[in-house]
Design a protein around this ligand. Structure first.
Ligand code: DGY
Length: 338
């Protein structure tokens, strides 16, 4: 029998900054995965059974089956902005609050979107591999010629906060024309602030020199870029995905890159990651990074601290900072400190 605890019990499913763990332990009884083992879904469910809250990392599937096994659970706090690991409706019905970590990563992620765009358009990693392999023996006028970035047209699909931060960099820093496509059009003031013009998806794909994907993952956005969409892009264009795996059909993209139907791609996220489609590994005109768009120490720490703010806010004071499904949340989630 576990001794009854006066403090909420929290599970941290991955290793985290020591100062974040320390802050959690000041308020909660914490079980943490300090050695960063890969816990299976079954193991997470088992460890969550007696917990009131969880600090999650955007990877743990929180759905009806898991919730049925965790009667005391009241909140899952993702330290990521993405929350496609949550079945928010099932959580709402069960009275479990989901929270994410928006805003604190916006500018850092936009920086990385631009880094990936530059590396892809200007063939940075491909040329570095060439140099490291000892193949650079002489200068040639066309060697590793890439695509122009300044003054070109950037098409952004998904114009949330990160999309807007990328648009500002493009328009004001690089003199690019920015077109965007989004579920809903931005208001005129925001459009002017981002110097971005709303267009249909097809027009965007046909006219952009660089296409940047920043759309959240959902059933609706699955394979936003499949073979048909890739076929609309200019053969000289590049595609950048910093959103989520599954937004792009990776097999179709690898074929388009191999056949030079588009010039190049930069990918930070993959379908089924950390596995990467072998056909992508086989082509040289793609820059591949392991889901690091928000990875600076300051930003990752701020993301984790926001998740902690959500746990403290909700479990100790009844109000989370960035709730996702507070509207109509069922009764079980009535916060309590025990
Ligand atoms: C996010 O916050 O969703 C980033 O993709 C990091 O996982």
């Amino acid at each position: 029998m576990t001794k009854p605890s006066p403090r909420p019990r929290i599970l941290v499913t991955r290793a985290i900054f020591p100062e974040v763990a320390q802050r959690l332990s000041e308020h909660f009884d914490v079980e943490s995965n300090a050695t960063d083992e890969d816990w299976s879904a079954e193991e997470i469910a088992r460890r969550l059974q007696d917990k009131t809250g969880a600090l999650t990392f955007g990877l743990e599937r929180i759905d009806a089956a898991l919730l049925a096994r965790c009667p005391q659970l009241k909140i899952c706090a993702n330290m990521t902005v993405g929350y496609n690991n949550f079945d928010l409706e099932a959580m709402r019905v069960c009275g479990v609050l989901g929270t994410n970590a928006p805003d604190v990563l916006t500018e850092t992620t936009a920086d990385f979107g631009f880094a990936l765009l530059m590396a892809t358009a200007r063939r940075v990693t491909e040329s570095e591999h060439f140099l490291r392999a000892g193949k650079w023996t002489r200068w040639q006028y066309e060697m590793f010629s890439g695509a122009e970035v300044h003054g070109s047209t950037l098409g952004i699909i998904g114009m949330g906060r990160i999309g807007q931060a990328i648009a500002r960099r493009a328009a004001f820093g690089f003199g690019m024309q920015v077109v965007y496509h989004n579920r809903s059009r931005l208001d005129a003031t925001l459009e002017a602030d981002c110097r971005a013009r709303y267009v249909g998806k097809e027009e965007l794909l046909k006219t952009a020199d660089h296409v940047m994907l920043v759309v959240p993952y959902s059933k609706e956005s699955h394979h936003t870029m499949g073979a048909a969409e890739l076929a609309l892009m200019k053969p000289t264009a590049t595609l950048i995905n910093i959103a989520r795996g599954g937004i792009v059909d990776d097999a179709a993209l690898a074929a388009a890159l191999r056949d030079k139907r588009i010039a190049a791609a930069g990918l930070d996220v993959f379908e089924g990651e950390p596995r990467v489609h072998p056909d992508l590994l086989a082509v040289s005109n793609v820059v591949l990074t392991p889901h690091i768009a928000s990875a600076t120490v300051g930003t990752r720490r701020a993301m984790a601290m926001l998740a902690v703010d959500n746990l403290i806010g909700y479990l100790l004071h009844g109000k989370a900072v960035t709730p996702l499904n507070a509207d109509g949340l069922a009764a079980r989630a009535t916060p309590s400190a025990s």
